[in-house]
Design a binder for this molecule. Sequence first.
Ligand SMILES: *[C@@H]1O[C@H](CO)[C@@H](O)[C@H](O)[C@H]1NC(C)=O
Ligand SMILES: *[C@@H]1O[C@H](CO)[C@@H](O)[C@H](O)[C@H]1NC(C)=O
Ligand SMILES: *[C@@H]1O[C@H](CO)[C@@H](O)[C@H](O)[C@H]1NC(C)=O
Ligand SMILES: *[C@@H]1O[C@H](CO)[C@@H](O)[C@H](O)[C@H]1NC(C)=O
Ligand SMILES: CC(=O)N[C@H]1CO[C@H](CO)[C@@H](O)[C@@H]1O
Length: 195
Amino acid sequence: MTPSTLLALLATLPLALAAPTTSCPAPTAPTLPTSPNFRLIANITCEDLTPSLQNWPLTSYHTGAGTALAVLTPPTANATGRAFYLSGTVSDIQASNASVLSDGGTPPFPYGLVVPAASASGAQRAVQINAGDGTPGVNFSHSPPTSPFLTYDAAGAWYACNATLPYGPAVVLYYRSAGEGKPAGCAGVMLLPEW
Ligand SMILES: *[C@@H]1O[C@H](CO)[C@@H](O)[C@H](O)[C@H]1NC(C)=O
Ligand SMILES: *[C@@H]1O[C@H](CO)[C@@H](O)[C@H](O)[C@H]1NC(C)=O
Ligand SMILES: *[C@@H]1O[C@H](CO)[C@@H](O)[C@H](O)[C@H]1NC(C)=O
Ligand SMILES: *[C@@H]1O[C@H](CO)[C@@H](O)[C@H](O)[C@H]1NC(C)=O
Ligand SMILES: CC(=O)N[C@H]1CO[C@H](CO)[C@@H](O)[C@@H]1O
């Protein structure tokens, strides 16, 4: 794919992160998973596609050197989704200022979840998984007793749409801030961490 093709593609395409919680049965310190790695699993909030995207894991769709689109993939034994982890210091994480990373490349180096900024043209914001630190503030909401879910800015949301990418059909993840609409025919999704 040429750089201009990629840019055109990206212009049409969003992302976020979360913090672990528990059901908080008693005022004891929450039990956090011992593994720092988690997968991000789609939970449909409205207008599911056919076939259903429920429980589809998030993975990456290679688009160029160090760049990828964030896509949902059918859950199969061979496609369990990409492993992500939270970057940042403890204080970054507490300040919801960490970013979501995943290792890629050979040898592995960090890839971050990237949410493009809103543009004046209102173009859809396709989430990317690119080499680098990712977008700070993609974090997990964590207000027990609700389960943690990936968030970015206040009142924004993720959605997923069918798309035709260079290697064939795919379900691309997008982000919209408050005030930006979800296109008809796209599924509203929450992204739940699964350890
Ligand atoms: C995930 O989706 C199911 C089915 O719609 C719903 O019952 C459940 O509450 C959702 N989970 C979260 C954490 O929102
Ligand atoms: C999963 O991977 C195994 C081993 O590479 C392969 O034999 C099998 O056909 C794959 N299954 C699917 C559904 O791709
Ligand atoms: C958030 O992270 C950025 C980038 O690492 C850093 O410059 C900034 O100081 C951090 N802000 C807070 C409140 O920790
Ligand atoms: C999305 O793509 C899948 C696979 O190509 C197709 O089966 C399905 O009908 C499409 N759904 C919509 C809503 O376009
Ligand atoms: C830095 C940042 O964007 N933090 C966000 C983390 O997510 C919460 C919502 O869960 C936002 O309110 C914070 O602004």
